[in-house]
Write a protein that binds this ligand. Sequence first.
Ligand SMILES: O=C(O)CCC(=O)C(=O)O
Ligand SMILES: [Fe+2]
Length: 262
Amino acid sequence: MVLVTPTPIPTEKMREIELPVIDLSVGNRSEVSKLIVKASEEFGFFKVINHGVPEDVITKMEQESFKFFAKPVSEKQKVGPANPYGYGSKTIGLNGDVGEVEYLLLSTNSLSISQRAKTISNDPVKFRIGFGEHSDSQILTLLTSNDVPGLQISLEDGMWFPVSPDPTTTTAFSVFVGDVLQAMANGRFVSVRHRALANSYRPRLSMAYFGAPPLHARITPLPELVCQYRPSRYRAFTWAEYKKAAYSLRLGDSYIFSTPWQ
Ligand SMILES: O=C(O)CCC(=O)C(=O)O
Ligand SMILES: [Fe+2]
C-alpha cells in the first residue's frame, strides 16, 4: 500500500482523464448497476452524485471538522487517542512510506457513516505527499473532500491521474474498490492505488467511510465469478487475518496481489 513516492513529485508523470461519474438518481437500478460494474472493472474508482446525502449535512461535517482541527493540540487530544477511536497525528515515515496526516477516527454503527477527517500541515514546501500511495484494504471506501485538489489515482505504473474536485459535483462521493472486494470479485474489480497531495496554501480535508467485513467472516471469490476459464485466484481468508498482515507492513504494499492470498 502506499508508499511514498521515491521520485520528486514535479518529475512524475501525470495525465488528465475523464473518470466515471454515476448519477444514482436516474435510470433504473440495473442500468446503474452496469455502470458501477464497468467503472469497478476499468478503474476501481468512480464518483457518485445525487446519492441522497443532503448537501447541508456534508457542509456541516466539513465545517465542524475544520473547527476541530483548528483547535490547539491539547484540546484535540481531549477526544482521546486514535486507538481505537479518537485524535491522531502522524508522519507516515516508517520503512520509506511518506505522508503526513492529522485525523479523527469516529466509531459508527450499521446505520450511520463513520467519518475520518484529516487536515494536512502547512509546510512551506509547495506540494508534498499528504497521504502516500496505497490501496484501501477494506471492501470499499466512500470519500468526500473539500474543494482543494490533491487526490490522485494510479491506473498504470508510474502514471498519476488527478481526481478533480469538479465544481458541479462538490457533493459527490468518490468510491474506491478495496482489496477485499477485489478478492470477492475474483480479480474482476481492481483495488485502485491512490494518494493525496497537500499544498501549503489551503488545507485539504477529506472524510471517508471504510466499509469492512465483520472480523471473522470468511472471504472467498463469489461462486458466480469462478468458472473453469477463470479459476479462483484467491484463497479464503478472514478480514482479521488480512487486516493484521496489511497493517503490519508498509502502507504502499498491495497485499492482495501477494502470494499468501493467492
Ligand atoms: O485524503 C484523501 O483524500 C485520501 C485519503 C485516503 O486515501 C485514505 O484515508 O485511505
Ligand atoms: Fe485510501
